[in-house]
Structure formats: C-alpha cells, structure tokens
Design a protein around this ligand. Structure first.
Ligand code: FES
Ligand code: FES
Length: 181
C-alpha cells in the first residue's frame, strides 16, 4: 500500500509517495537522493544510518517513513551552514576521526544528538549519579568523561577502528558553544 508523506530534509520540504514498508533510510537514499546517511547493516546494529529527527538521533533503518510524516530530518550534510561546518564536523576534521569515512555521517549525527542529550541532563549507563533530577536546582550536567563518550556513542560502530580519534573529536566539539544545535 502506498502513502503520500511530507518530510523536511536538511531544510527543504519534500513530498513523496512511499510504500508503507519503506524505511526512512531508503526514502532518503533511494527516493530523495540523499546519500549522507549510510546503509551498513540495515538492522539497527551499526549506527551508520543515524540522522536527527526533530533534533533527536534515530536509526533511519529502523524508522518507517510513514511513521514520521511531517517531521524535520537532519542528516550530516544538513548540519553545516553555507559559511562554516558544524563544530562536530570541524572537530572530526581536526582530529582525523575517520579512515574510510563510511561510518562518519552517522557518527557526526549521533555526536550532535548525544551532546544535546547531555545538555538536557540525560544520564547514561556509566553516569555516577543517575538519580539527579534535571528539574531541580541541584541538577548538574553529567561530566563528559572518556567513559561517558564511549558509552553514549556505543551504538555507532567504526570498522576502521577510528575510535581513538573520534573520542577526542567529540571532546573538542563538546567544549564549543552551539555544538548541540
Ligand atoms: Fe541502520 Fe546499521 S544501517 S543501524
Ligand atoms: Fe571507516 Fe569508520 S571510518 S568505518
């Protein structure tokens, strides 16, 4: 069965007809020609397809396009402005945080989403105080340690093993204002 949906992708509103079984990843890549998100496993295991859906990171291969009708989708391509790359993109360049680059758009989207989660006070599995209430004055943003970055980025695999440079890149980006936009 087909369905007509509308998506705003990297700032551009697009209307398309999709089979209701079409994933967001296939809609972006095969229907809209946006090959920034990559298809690694197509099973939610590698993170290569990560995009931002209304600002939150999601796996596009596990998201049905019809389920996000009307949503705003940002890929790694859409994070840069005409004037400059996003701070996370610049940090990946500064730290050579890639080899083949196949996982990189997903890593970058995931890092942007993760830093927004951190700014909102979301704890991770390794956060020492997971009882902190972000609505109280005593709430503090979790410290972005190496362990926190590794845990929060654990869903994004890199077959080239560029983790040693990805972690410092995320640390650099986290220190810059405007990174979690
Ligand atoms: Fe989506 Fe691997 S392609 S998680
Ligand atoms: Fe090659 Fe990550 S840079 S898979």
């Amino acid at each position: 069965m087909d369905s007509v949906i509308t998506l705003t992708v990297d700032g551009t509103r697009r209307r398309l007809t999709v089979d209701t079984r079409t994933t967001l990843l296939d809609a972006l890549r095969e229907r809209l020609g946006n090959t920034s998100p990559k298809k690694g496993c197509d099973h939610g295991q590698c993170g290569a397809c990560t995009v931002l859906l209304e600002g939150r990171r999601v796996l596009a291969c596990l998201t049905l396009a019809v389920a996000v009708d009307g949503a705003e989708v940002t890929t790694a391509d859409g994070l840069a402005t005409a004037a400059a790359p996003h701070p996370v993109q610049r940090a990946f360049l500064d730290h050579d945080a890639f080899q083949c680059g196949y996982c990189t758009p997903g890593q970058i989207c995931s890092a942007v989403g993760m830093l927004a989660e951190l700014a909102a006070g979301w704890p991770s599995h390794v956060t020492a105080d997971i009882t902190a209430d972000i609505d109280t004055n005593t709430a503090t943003e979790p410290v972005l340690s190496h362990a926190e970055i590794a845990e929060r980025m654990a869903g994004n695999l890199c077959r080239c093993g560029a983790y040693a440079n990805i972690v410092p890149a995320v640390e650099q980006a986290a220190a810059e204002p405007g990174t979690s936009r």
